[in-house]
Design a protein. Structure first.
Length: 150
């Protein structure tokens, strides 16, 4: 079965692709409110004009240097990398939710086994963790993945 790939955009101008069995399937899902932006969760989605995909280049994506500079990346490239990172974090960490600060401290002070965790903290909690020498970083997760993670 061949799939139709449409360029879509939400009301907040987040661009993404949608894969559908047919143009009618897109229309049906669109009018039923089933489409949602993978970044912000908006259901106000519109189809953008798109050109057929033509592979005219002799090089492939794997031919690109790993040291490709940020200037060469498009917004769509960055969005794709961000979504890939979000999926990796979701799939390879334990969600401790609002207990993030407590659990990070327990691991830091060897009161709990070390493991990859994710969850939510306030800015104040994150600052306190940093002052104790516990490194954390904030990563905004797509709406469908939950809230911002530390």
């Amino acid at each position: 079965m061949s799939m139709k790939v449409f360029n879509l955009r939400c009301q907040h101008e987040h661009a993404f692709e949608g894969w559908f069995a047919s143009g009618e399937a897109y229309e049906s899902q669109s009018t039923s409110g089933l489409l949602e932006c993978p970044i912000c969760g908006s259901s106000q989605i519109r189809r953008m004009p798109s050109a057929p995909r033509l592979n005219l280049a002799t090089s492939t994506a794997s031919d690109k240097s790993p040291a490709q500079s940020a200037e060469e990346l498009t917004g769509a490239d960055l969005q794709q990398v961000w979504l890939k990172m979000a999926r990796y974090i979701r799939d390879n960490t334990e969600d401790v939710g609002q207990r993030f600060a407590e659990e990070a401290r327990r691991m830091h002070y060897a009161e709990a086994p070390e493991r990859a965790i994710r969850g939510q903290t306030s800015r104040e909690q994150a600052r306190e963790l940093a002052e104790e020498g516990i490194e954390v970083f904030a990563f905004p997760m797509p709406k469908g993945q939950g809230g911002p993670l530390q």
